[in-house]
Design a protein around this ligand. Structure first.
Ligand code: PEP
Length: 249
């Protein structure tokens, strides 16, 4: 399967800034022969601009950073899968560590978002990962198991082909600390094994991405590891030049 390189722009960029960055990315990647799949997750307000700017780049898709698990209704401040699709998104992130730990999202809500977005035709990148405290207390497997079981509890078997998992150790996100090769290899191995328990044979074809302080100079090493099928990039994706280097790493 092609490696997936995804950009999480978090709460950065106005529409004009998003258009500029996406257009620069399209220029940098056009005519570079790459079999990588690129996904850009701008803030909601800039999804349509980013989608328009990346329209000519065949390997690129646009996603949203969150979604609410209802078709419509009295959910002030929330956004539905249909609204995201209408804006040009084909992917959505669920369970990003900032939503779990800053916005207190529960495993159960992440599970409902994942299943609902998939059932409504979106591709979903479910994020999982342990805090430093959990890792140091020997709970890595237990945390990943809990997040995967709850996150995938309601997923229909027919939707698994549109699912990806991003392993992002919380202690490595935005901190400059990247998981070492042994740590990443171990966590991805455990994730693949746990996915098999939850999804059965279909788990083998679910892409597993690594995220956490990925930069142009560590991307190739991470992509070479077993069970690393792609990268989810935050800070280093905000500049087109540095993200393009990661895509081409
Ligand atoms: C992220 O936002 O998913 C992320 C991995 O951020 P960073 O690359 O900045 O650590």
């Amino acid at each position: 399967m092609p490696k997936i390189i995804a950009a999480n722009w978090k709460m950065y960029k106005t529409r004009a800034e998003a258009r500029e960055t996406a257009a620069a990315l399209a220029r940098l990647l056009t005519e570079k022969r790459t079999d990588r799949q690129v996904i850009v997750y701008p803030p909601f307000t800039a999804i349509a601009e980013a989608a328009a700017a990346l329209d000519g780049l065949a390997c690129a898709a646009v996603g949203a950073q969150d979604v609410y698990p209802a078709a419509e209704g009295a959910f002030t401040g929330e956004i539905s899968p249909r609204m995201l699709t209408d804006a040009g998104a084909t992917w959505v992130l669920t369970g990003h560590s900032e939503r779990r730990h800053v916005l207190q999202e529960s495993d159960e809500l992440v599970g409902r978002k994942t299943a609902f977005a998939l059932a409504n035709g979106l591709c979903v990148m479910l994020c999982i990962g342990e805090t430093l405290k959990e890792r140091e207390s020997g709970c890595l497997r237990e945390v990943l198991q809990r997040q995967l079981q709850a996150g995938l509890a309601e997923v229909a078997p027919g939707d698994i082909s549109r699912l990806a998992i991003a392993y992002e150790p919380v202690w490595a996100i935005g901190t400059g600390k990247v998981a070492g090769p042994d740590e990443a290899r171990e966590a991805h191995g455990i994730t693949r094994e746990l996915l098999r328990d939850v999804l059965g044979a279909a788990a083998a074809s679910v892409p597993l991405l690594y995220g956490g302080s990925v930069k142009p100079d560590n991307a190739a090493g991470l992509l070479a590891l077993d069970n690393v099928d792609g990268l989810l990039v935050g800070g280093a994706s905000l500049e087109a030049e540095s993200f393009a280097k990661i895509v081409l790493a």
